[in-house]
Design a protein around this ligand. Sequence first.
Ligand code: PNW
Length: 438
Amino acid sequence: MPELPGGFLWGVSTSAHQVEGATTEDGRGASIWDTFSATPGRIVDGTTGAVATDSYHRFPEDIALMRELGVGAYRFSIAWPRIQPDGTGPANAAGLDYYERLVDGLLDAGIAPVATLFHWDLPQSLQDRGGWLDRETAHRFGEYAALVSQRLGDRVRMWITLNEPFVHMSLGYALGTHAPGEQLLFEAFPVAHHQLLGHGLAVAALRDHSGSPVAIANNYSPARPVSGSAADLAAATAYDALHNRVFTDPLFGLGYPEGAADLSVVRDGDLDVIAAPIDALGVNYYNPTGVRGPEDGSPLPFEMVPLDGYPTTAFGWPVAPDGLRELLVTLHGRYGRKLPPIYITESGCAYDDVVSSDGTCEDPDRIAYLDAHLAALRDAQADGVDVRGYFVWSLLDNWEWAEGFTKRFGLVHVDFDTQARTPKSSFEWLRERIRDHR
Ligand code: PNW
């Protein structure tokens, strides 16, 4: 059985639509993000992912950068519309060939391939039939997982079924700021259930074709009530249920948290499928969420508010490493022996990094960010939480969804006109850090 490297696993993460480009090459079908970004007003700078960082063609250069950095693993995602252009039927061989070249290139460089199967780029044809609102999409996802793992199951070292099903549901279907742009508020809950059902069906398919560990990557955010009032505490509990527990309790056989949603789409047997054992939990952490009780007449049981007392990134997100320790300790306490080993599958920050005239790119704020989050991780380990790896978001500055090219998360600066890659000072810092760790 293919194995992950032993010891603490250092990695970097990207996703297909944010780096690949080449959206019409080799038989790739359209995804919901092609459609969404073609609609004026949806992306702040009016760009699309049609070129992104051109990693579809430049992945050997990206692998060379990772080799220099010294990471043990690369978390990338597979674009479903490259494998099944219409979301159903036999595999498009050219799509599988591309990921085989990427995976083999990583293995040759001594880097473990960690493949995410769904990082938000649903085939548009499936969206035309309802997307994740439609239960059938879960079954299509299981079939897609089988096609990918038949080809790559002997070489991918860890599978991630879904990336951040909460963010896909909330921004994509509840609020509409991400593709597919639906604004269903609480009516979006079937998207949670069908993604989780798809996760369970994919776990079963992966087990048939691969001996590698299987995980899911959830976004977690501790809910911070703005005061100790009963209304604010109740709001924080409601927010925590929706953001954190809906996507985790069912994985560990606990069903959905009480009162979190209308469960009429849940059928007999679904919860057993969803609770299929997994080998690891992927944790994507960016920040806690400030919460208070809703205004009278609000459709939501909470209101989200900015958190006081933290510096912010160029995204306006608070820099709160204490939230990472808090959430790891909370997961450990909440799920106890049911909780598998944790990998931090995303952690990082956006700053307005520029390459200076001498060709260097200094990003001291990112170094401080990473240092503080690694310290929080160590504190959680000392508290008894089994955390086995840390993946920085992201290797490269890339196409940041509705923010287009305006938010730079990379350890490596990318000039989006020339595609020139310039390692930032955080890249050099992390390289030393990884080397010292050995
Ligand atoms: C994650 N929020 O997205 C994604 O997995 C990445 O693709 C993305 O580039 C990265 O984080 C940085 O944004 C998120 O609003 C998007 O809480 C939005 C939120 C969280 C994560």
